[in-house]
Design a protein around this ligand. Structure first.
Ligand SMILES: *Cc1c(COP(=O)(O)O)cnc(C)c1O
Length: 376
């Protein structure tokens, strides 16, 4: 039996809640299940207002609209991230500026940030890679000094903390992903978290096609109309029902993922040291969200052989982001090989081991055995 890289976890409540949503025949957005999901997220992220969206990509696009990102503005993102972190702002005409990452956490390198800021810098978008917090005190201080807002791409970091503060509560906005590959999922989905109440009303309008429909539903206006630009970013309540089934099981999800992560870390430590393989680093002041387990192999060649070695035993391990600054689009913003040396290096050497909530002890034992058989 193949051990996949990821397998969707069914946690028990999803089908029941979907039945309930069907019975109420309320499938459009902002029904009872959306409200329940908002309540769970707002409890986990104190001070934030949550809005479910159709994806994390769309939540990032909403942040670009809310902050009026315009052509000519510069948006700083790590080069080592998913395309959407940059594309959401490229859509608004922004010029994307790529920051390199730290070699230990693979998060945006705060020591290299200030040199990238210009009078045109409009936004900084750190990503908490693997659910381990960026150095937010330094990033927020630099941003404040230059009057630039911060949006956290928290697709990996739900339930993680930085110096005791939940990831996702630190920027003006943060975004979540409920894509099938994430810790908590509904196939395709996301959320925008609003940490500055001044943006709350406009966020509702942008999410509802530029209308004040949310105020209408609350009885605050007697008809709804077109008041601003916007788009269709509301998640169906049917998907929210599935998502709620996952959110109510969040403690089980995180506990299982913690156990799997700790087992990989403990059982691979001496093998990794002997083979010159680097294991993930989690600073003491960060409680991570247990999104993935990755290894940094000594070379691209070792990684290629390692993935083939596992594949031969029906185990799917996969690499991750290609550096955005040297992608076709990145080069249009002036990105050149050599600009982000750490990103270029780790992107060649990083491999993610199978890691998912329903992974069994036997499955993990098989992966561990196969990994420890490998010689770099
Ligand atoms: C998954 C992911 C996204 C995109 O999430 P979607 O919900 O699929 O749009 C954005 N940023 C990062 C860092 C991600 O891992």
């Amino acid at each position: 039996m193949t051990i996949p890289f990821n397998r969707l976890a069914m946690l028990g409540g999803e089908a029941k809640f979907i039945e309930e949503a069907l019975a109420k025949s309320h499938l459009m957005g902002d029904g009872g299940f959306t409200k329940k999901c908002h309540a769970v997220l707002e409890e986990a992220l104190p001070g934030s207002k949550a809005l479910l969206t159709t994806s994390c990509t769309h939540a990032l696009e909403m942040a670009g609209l809310l902050l009026d990102v315009k052509p000519g503005d510069e948006v700083i993102v790590p080069s080592f991230t998913f395309v959407s972190t940059a594309n959401a702002f490229a859509l608004r005409g922004a010029r994307i500026v790529f920051a390199d990452v730290r070699p230990d956490t693979l998060n945006l390198d705060e020591a290299k940030l200030e040199a990238l800021i210009t009078p045109r810098t409009r936004l900084i978008v750190p990503v908490h890679y693997a659910g381990v917090g960026c150095e937010m005190d330094a990033i927020l201080a630099i941003a404040a000094r230059h009057g630039v807002p911060v949006v956290e791409d928290n697709a990996h970091g739900l339930f993680g903390t930085y110096r005791g503060r939940p990831l996702g509560t630190l920027g003006t906005f943060s975004t979540l992903s409920f894509h099938e590959t994430k810790n908590i999922s509904c196939g395709e989905g996301g959320a925008l978290l609003i940490n500055d109440a001044r943006h709350a009303e406009r966020a509702e309008i942008i999410r509802e096609k530029g209308t004040n429909r949310s105020r209408f539903f609350r009885g605050q206006v007697d008809k709804y109309t077109w008041v601003d630009i916007g788009s269709s970013y509301v998640m169906s309540d049917l998907l929210a029902a599935f998502l709620y089934g996952q959110l109510v099981a969040r403690e089980h999800v995180q506990a299982r993922r913690r156990a799997l992560w700790d087992t990989y870390h403990r059982e691979l430590a001496s093998w990794a040291q002997a083979q010159g393989v680097t294991v993930p680093h989690v600073p003491a002041h960060c409680e991570q969200a247990f999104h993935m387990y990755y290894l940094l192999m000594p070379s691209l060649d070792a990684r290629t052989r390692f993935i083939a070695h596992l594949r031969a035993q029906d185990i799917n391990a996969v690499f991750h982001y290609l550096p955005l600054h040297v992608s076709d689009m990145g080069q249009r913003y002036g990105g050149r090989a050599g600009d982000c040396p750490v990103t270029e290096d780790v992107s060649d050497r990083l491999v993610r081991l199978p890691f998912f909530t329903t992974m069994t002890v036997e499955e993990q034992a098989r992966v561990l055995g196969a990994v420890r058989d490998f010689r770099c």
